[in-house]
Design a protein around this ligand. Structure first.
Ligand code: SF4
Length: 164
């Protein structure tokens, strides 16, 4: 897997203060995408052990609520294996942190993926410029949904996430 950046103390991409991993690779091609530089799966740099150490060190602060996977699309086909392994490792090492993931896929297409076992909140769907509203919290356009993943899996039905 390749990535562009690790943001520390992010307040926009999920609840609380978060670490955000911006991975490379996305083939959704949403018009008006804010981050087209991340589309190329060969862009950015390799996510190596040094990057993983940096991520874990940043996550290890009490004031950090958790990690957000964004990009690019963490569920771009070429990213799925590595993102699943990393999300699993983070859950094991930081069981009290939560994990959010932003994807251009819709919940119905990806809800059965193994990675979902390690995700708490999923923001799904492509960015649709005609449905955008800067006032929206944690998402860019109205069609996107903020999903409580574990509750949805347990009940076999979609449940939106509500902040505590
Ligand atoms: S899914 Fe996200 S990164 Fe990919 S094109 Fe759409 S807005 Fe951009």
């Amino acid at each position: 897997m390749r990535y562009h950046n690790i943001t520390k103390d992010d307040m926009l991409n999920g609840e609380g203060l978060r670490i955000v991993l911006w991975v490379s690779g996305c083939d959704h091609g949403c018009k008006g995408c804010h981050n087209p530089i991340t589309w190329d799966p060969n862009g950015g740099i390799v996510f190596d052990t040094a990057a993983q150490d940096e991520l874990f060190e940043a996550l290890n602060h009490d004031y950090i609520s958790g990690i957000t996977f964004s990009g690019g699309d963490p569920l771009y086909l070429g990213n799925r294996k590595d993102v699943t392994a990393l999300a699993k490792l983070i859950k094991a090492r930081f069981p009290h942190k939560n994990t959010w993931l932003y994807t251009g896929y819709r919940w119905e297409e990806i809800s059965a993926l193994p990675v979902m076992e390690y995700i708490d909140v999923l923001v799904d769907g492509r960015f649709v410029e005609d449905l955008k509203d800067p006032k929206l919290h944690w998402k860019g356009s109205f069609n996107q949904r903020i999903i409580d993943v574990q509750k949805s899996i347990k009940n076999n039905s979609l449940y939106l996430y509500h902040a505590e």
